[in-house]
Design a protein. Structure first.
Length: 306
């Protein structure tokens, strides 16, 4: 994978294998979930589904450009994107980030020699509403993710948890860092759907989310949402969530306290979030992706030679 440490020998071998697969099966469309393989000499049109990006993550988490060690990654991703015919992402915010980092700068190129940049489509993710159902709500706040990832911003939530009237539970992904002193860490074997179903409020002070599966699962399970005020989450949830800056612990705590202390408002916000979440179905996602396949695989008109 292109984001791993010094992966390029393996990336080359994987690319050769992928081209062999194309030669064997002659697909109508090549769908890639990683960027660098878009620059391979494919015969079929290429779609890249953008699920995230190290450099957009780095900017959001660290507030600065990535270090020199990521120069090769930038070049490979840029080449892959320009080799694609279409790029999809779950939010416009994700596409905007890719365009900002990787699109050609117009003033550097004449019209004749400007590298092509692909068509973009926004296809939100979906989740099965049958998997995440509202249960009898209990007085606790839930969060989920990798607490050691600066994008999840677990340290802010840990600080906020000490001042809240309800406990804050964290469903972990990966190792839990020692800085978490006030979060109640859920056991790894805990059923995630049950946790979401029982929680009254879901909190995620993210600095970076291309879309955010955890808020989607929480909303389907009837949680009121308090989220980091970043473009992708605003785009996805609109007025169906409360927001606070992921750098402003007092504001984030105030938003959570408002939901804890006002049951009527909490229920209103939970209903809004669930109604919004029910729009993001797997069927909708699949139909929109199939429309992309059809657009790419449409027969081209033959050139008439006079």
């Amino acid at each position: 994978l292109e984001w791993m440490a010094d992966p390029w020998g393996d990336v080359t071998r994987a690319g050769d294998w992928l081209l062999e697969l194309e030669a064997r099966f002659a697909p109508g469309v090549v769908h890639l979930n990683h960027y660098c393989y878009g620059s391979l000499p494919w015969d079929a049109p290429v779609l890249i589904a953008a699920h995230g990006c190290v450099l957009t993550w780095w900017q959001a988490v660290h507030g600065e450009g990535s270090p020199q060690s990521w120069t090769r990654y930038h070049a490979e991703v840029a080449a892959g994107l320009r080799g694609a015919n279409m790029v999809t992402a779950p939010t416009q915010a994700m596409l905007d980030g890719l365009t900002r980092l990787y699109a050609p700068i117009p003033r550097l190129f004449s019209t004749q020699n400007a590298p092509r940049f692909p068509a973009f489509r926004v296809i939100p993710h979906g989740a099965d509403p049958e998997r995440f159902q509202p249960l009898a709500k209990r007085p606790f706040i839930l969060s989920a993710g990798n607490a050691g990832d600066g994008a999840c911003n677990g340290e802010l939530l840990d600080a906020v948890a000490a001042e809240l009237p309800w406990p804050v539970a964290w469903a972990p992904e990966g190792e839990i860092p020692g800085v978490c002193k006030h979060l109640q860490i859920c056991e790894a074997r805990a059923d995630a759907a049950d946790l979401f179903g029982q929680a009254a409020v879901f909190a995620l002070p993210s600095r970076y989310e291309p879309f955010g599966f955890a808020p989607l699962h929480a909303a389907l399970a009837g949680c009121a949402l308090v989220l980091g005020d970043i473009p992708s989450l605003r785009e996805t949830w609109g007025d169906a969530a409360l927001y606070a800056s992921p750098e402003d612990a007092p504001a984030f705590g105030a938003a959570l306290r408002r939901l804890v202390e006002d049951a009527s408002f909490r229920e209103t916000m939970a209903a809004r979030a669930r109604a919004r979440a029910l729009e993001w179905t797997p069927r909708r996602m699949a139909e929109e992706m199939r429309a992309c396949y059809r657009a790419l695989h449409a027969p081209r008109p033959e050139t008439v030679v006079a």
